[in-house]
Design a protein around this ligand. Structure first.
Ligand code: PMP
Ligand code: GLU
Length: 397
């Protein structure tokens, strides 16, 4: 009955775990969730007010498919100010969340047999979006010893005549790592030499710590800019996950194709959200800094605590809001009759026995790890990590 396409993919594991944790909470269970990556902060008041004003002004109708010009201009000014990049309106398209932006890129670029290189660990939706477009995800492993940055040599080994694109995500979900200029330069050289696109997902740009610098690969030169689809959005930076707004900046021809695709699928992103997004981009930015300071405090605490748990070790993430501890040493251990053989076993054990929700590393293509989102209150982090310590302490060889 179902199409091959529908049968090839699985539901987003991060959203699935979030639903499960929310259902357990609704049933009265005391679950602490490190599951979904969603800021626990409320959307700032000035942004909400812009939306209310839009509604009251009757700005509630269809708009231009790729977003209204004032929104495109606000995005253009942001890309100039933050990333030193110059784009024109026909090189920008706003969509219903960055996930939708990525999907439009996939629809516009990938076709049967095309290969799309994805460094692992990767964000959960990248491979499935490639599969949804009959293309082939090609994984390239990265290592903790390299701070999970892809080695240029390893990347080059995966490039073939069919390579259409590479998906880069810096700061990274799930590892929290950031690409440095030198590595980006090597990647850019490879993209130009072998003529493939770089899909650069920069949604965590604003969440970088210890003075780290976010560099957009498109800013390394006009040539690489012409091969880059830059994806960003307001879900993470302005706590706007439910508003559904993201955008792409890239070559006009591709943006036009994405706009055609969007015109036949979802049409414009919500008119009200577009007005709110303009306020988010142009209004005061102190909210972003305050949120970052709070995440930073949680990051330090959580990573230190995870490293104190026997059998776990965790790199200090440089950005985003995830901890990605190595849990490989726990596999093979038992709690009574229950054997922990994988990240999925460990995540299920912690959910059932410690009432802590988190995501198994295999969802990100890295079974030796689990992911904890620290976009949750400090108090929950404190209690949650204690529960994990206690449950892990009960595991025996
Ligand atoms: N990219 C990454 C790496 C993400 O973690 C997310 C999280 N939702 C997205 C894209 C999509 O964000 P949204 O659709 O909410 O803009
Ligand atoms: N990106 C977030 C996460 O990784 C939200 C969930 C999703 O969009 O899949 O948890």
């Amino acid at each position: 009955m179902l199409s091959d396409r529908a049968r090839k993919i699985k539901p987003s594991p991060t959203l699935a775990i979030d639903s499960k944790a929310k259902a357990m909470k609704a049933a009265g269970e005391d679950v602490i969730s490190f599951g979904v990556g969603e800021p626990d902060f409320d959307t700032p008041e000035n942004i909400k007010e812009a939306a209310v004003k839009a509604m009251k002004d009757g700005f509630t109708k269809y708009t231009a498919v790729g977003g209204i010009d004032p929104l495109k201009d606000a995005i253009i000014d942001k890309l100039k100010a933050d990333n030193g990049l110059s784009y024109k309106r026909d090189e920008i398209i706003a969509s219903t969340g960055a996930k939708h932006s990525l999907y439009n890129v996939a629809q516009a670029l990938y076709g049967p047999g095309d290969e799309v290189i994805i460094p692992a660990p990767y964000w959960v939706s990248y491979p499935d979006q490639v599969l949804l477009n009959d293309a082939v995800p090609v994984f390239v492993e990265t290592f903790e010893a390299d701070s999970f940055r892809v080695r240029a040599e390893a990347l080059e080994e995966r490039i073939t005549a069919k390579t259409k694109a590479l998906i880069l995500n810096s700061p990274s979900n799930p590892t929290g790592m950031i690409y440095d200029r030198k590595t980006l330069q090597k990647i850019a050289e490879l993209a130009l030499k072998h003529n493939f696109y770089i899909v650069s997902d920069e949604i965590y740009e604003k969440l970088v710590y210890d003075g780290a610098e976010h560099i957009s690969v498109a800013s390394l030169g006009d040539e690489v800019k012409s091969k880059t689809l830059l994806i960003n959005g307001l879900s993470k930076s302005h706590a706007m996950t439910g508003w559904r707004i993201g955008y792409t900046a890239g070559p006009a021809e591709i943006v036009k194709a994405m706009t055609n695709i969007q015109s036949q699928s979802t049409s414009n992103p919500t008119s009200i959200t577009q007005k709110a997004a303009i306020e988010a981009l142009r209004g005061p930015q102190d909210f972003v800094a305050a949120m970052r300071t709070e995440f930073d405090k949680r990051r330090r605490y959580l990573i230190e605590e995870l490293n104190r748990i026997d059998g776990m070790s965790c790199l200090m993430p440089e950005g985003a809001f995830y901890a990605f501890p190595n849990t490989g040493k726990l596999y093979g251990k038992k709690a009574g009759e229950r054997q922990i053989a994988s990240s999925a076993d460990l995540a299920l054990y912690l959910l059932e026995e410690a009432r802590v929700a988190l995501v198994h590393g295999s969802a990100f293509g890295a079974d030796n790890y689990i992911r904890l989102s620290y976009a949750t209150s400090f108090e929950d982090i404190r209690r949650g990590v204690e529960r994990i310590r206690e449950a892990v302490g009960r595991l025996a060889a």
